[in-house]
Design a binder for this molecule. Structure first.
Ligand code: AHG
Ligand code: MN
Ligand code: MN
Length: 306
């Protein structure tokens, strides 16, 4: 039988700073509580809304608290902000930790009642600044809570996938995951009637070329599908009357762009590389085209046309 590779050992051999390794291990511990809470916790609304006017679920808030409390105790984090918080918070009074963290505690939470897969997304920045260009990230990771719980991480040395086993340990499933130059699935976000003409032409082109529709409503699950199927594209475009699209740069786009680039893919806002962007505010959104290089480049070609 092949030898099991535990997360701790993989991190140790990753070349990442010791404190960064420790921080990722702490997040991995937090995810186990989140996975359990999703399975057994209260499914309804919390009766509150976040900064974006979205109704918060009890599970959104629980996942947020599980991560925040965990990070607070590590001493490894100066500042943190999540999609469910209204402002950046400092961890520890003196904010002395070597990293700052942005996270989406429960991505795809509107799917909870459907029992489809959802996730957690985390971006780790060096130092005390939460708002930095995406390319400054020290690490990015996501957890997928599906039939199996998975952890996918990068510290800038490839993208690696782990699966939680029955002893609640993350075991390496595949390392240095690589997307092919092109794929055959597409995940088109946003209402079709709100798409721009050029985006519509791009999606029509994919359909004419025989791409298979694969959109779940949870960014984590859709990105994980691109990694598992080794290519294709996910889009959440600029919409008529909503140029910035829906997904949030620091919580969702930066970490996923890092993970996909490290797997040999690409991520752009239609013209610019996502990781070259810097959010001026933590609530900033951006359109996204992410996946294999060919489809992301093709999207840019189509968007130039009109
Ligand atoms: P969140 O649950 O963190 O608010 O994120 C939802 C996001 C993302 O997961 C998904 O790709 C997208 O919203 C789905 O949006 P639509 O419902 O508009 O398809
Ligand atoms: Mn989300
Ligand atoms: Mn969320």
């Amino acid at each position: 039988m092949a030898k099991l590779v535990y997360l701790m050992r993989h991190l140790r051999e990753s070349g990442a700073d010791r404190k960064l390794q420790q921080l990722i291990l702490e997040l991995a511990e937090a995810s186990k509580y989140i996975a359990h809470t999703i399975k057994t916790g209260e499914m309804g609304y919390a009766g509150t809304s976040n900064l974006y006017g979205e109704n918060q679920l009890a599970l959104d808030l629980l996942a947020d608290k599980i991560i925040k409390d965990r990070l607070d105790h590590t001493g490894l984090v100066s500042y943190m902000i999540s999609e469910e918080m209204n402002s950046i918070v400092s961890s520890h009074e003196n904010a002395m930790g070597p990293y700052s963290v942005c996270y989406d505690p429960l991505d795809g939470s509107s799917l909870i009642d459907t029992n489809l897969s959802i996730g957690t997304i985390v971006s780790i920045m060096p130092g005390k600044q939460v708002l930095q260009p995406g390319k400054n990230q020290a690490a990015a990771l996501y957890f997928l809570y599906g039939p199996r719980t998975e952890l996918v991480y990068t510290v800038g040395n490839g993208t690696h996938i782990f699966v939680l086993n029955d002893a609640y340990e993350y075991i390496l499933q595949s390392e240095y995951v690589t997307l092919n130059g092109f794929g055959n699935i597409y995940a088109p976000g946003g209402l079709k009637q709100e798409w721009t003409a050029s985006h519509t032409l791009f999606i029509n082109h994919l359909e004419d070329e025989g791409y298979k529709l694969r959109y779940s409503g949870a960014f984590v699950a859709d990105i994980n599908q691109l990694l598992a199927k080794k290519g294709g594209i996910f889009t959440y475009p600029a919409l008529k009357g909503k140029q910035e699209g829906k997904l949030r740069m620091v919580f969702e786009l930066f970490p996923m762009a890092f993970i996909i680039e490290q797997a040999g893919g690409a991520a752009s806002n239609g013209t610019l590389r996502i990781l070259d962007l810097e959010a001026s505010d933590f609530s900033q959104r951006s359109p996204i085209y992410i996946g294999s290089k060919k489809e992301v480049a093709l999207a840019a070609e189509f968007l130039k046309r009109i």
